[in-house]
Design a protein around this ligand. Structure first.
Ligand code: FMN
Length: 201
């Protein structure tokens, strides 16, 4: 099938890699890896927030977060999620839906080590999504962990900071076009690969 001006690859990963690379190389997207992670909260309401995609390969799309956070509670309740990328300067959107599983400890360690040192301290200091009495309480925790890790390199990964893997069931690519006749191609996983279909805008 021809789509987006090229012969459509049979695997959505190849196209995703190309689009992410386009977003990165454009220089116009500050966080090309930022994606909206949507989950279903235990109260039955959907919830969405931005996370950074750390890595992707044939096994899935990986992000990291605090296991005590709202999103982690949501994923423990319902291990399904959507990732939505929007690269505004390129007028492209990618929607990924799939099942979520914990990544391995080795994968989590590897992604954690890629984070800047200050972000690694923050992962220790911040009890993500817990109410804070005031800003000073957070600043005090950051100061305490700065001191604790002053002579430590590399900073180890906190046990509550984990990597999650979204195993895609469907991946939809959207490219804006004139007259709002946008181009949409959705890949759906089949028993032996992927099937692609064109959708009306
Ligand atoms: C650009 C950007 C990148 C972010 N990256 C992450 C991330 O990789 N992991 C994370 O846990 N939160 C990240 N956040 C913060 C989340 O959006 C969110 O505030 C936090 O994870 C708490 O969400 P929750 O209460 O739904 O669990 C990021 C926010 C922005 C705006």
């Amino acid at each position: 099938m021809r789509a987006f001006g090229l012969d459509l690859p049979s695997d959505p990963l190849a196209l995703f890699e190309r689009w992410l690379d386009d977003a990165r190389r454009s220089g116009a997207v500050r966080y090309p890896h930022a994606t909206c992670l949507s989950t279903l909260a235990p109260d039955g309401y959907p919830d969405g927030r931005i996370v950074l995609l750390h890595h992707f390969d044939e096994t899935g799309f990986f992000f990291m977060t605090d296991t005590r956070s709202e999103k982690a509670k949501a994923l423990a309740h319902c291990p399904r999620a959507a990732l939505t990328f929007y690269w505004e300067p390129l007028e492209r959107q990618v929607r990924i839906r799939g099942d979520v599983a914990a990544a391995t400890e080795a994968e989590a360690d590897r992604f954690f080590d890629e984070r800047p040192r200050r972000s690694r301290v923050t992962a220790w200091a911040s009890e993500q999504s817990r109410p804070l009495p005031d800003r000073a309480a957070l600043d005090a925790r950051v100061a305490a962990y700065d001191a604790r890790f002053a002579a430590v390199e590399p900073i180890p990964r906190p046990p509550h900071w984990q990597a999650y893997r979204v195993v895609p069931r469907s991946v939809e690519f959207w490219q804006a076009a004139a007259r709002r006749l946008h181009e949409r191609i959705r890949f759906t996983r089949t028993s032996d690969g992927w099937a692609a279909e064109r959708l009306a805008p």
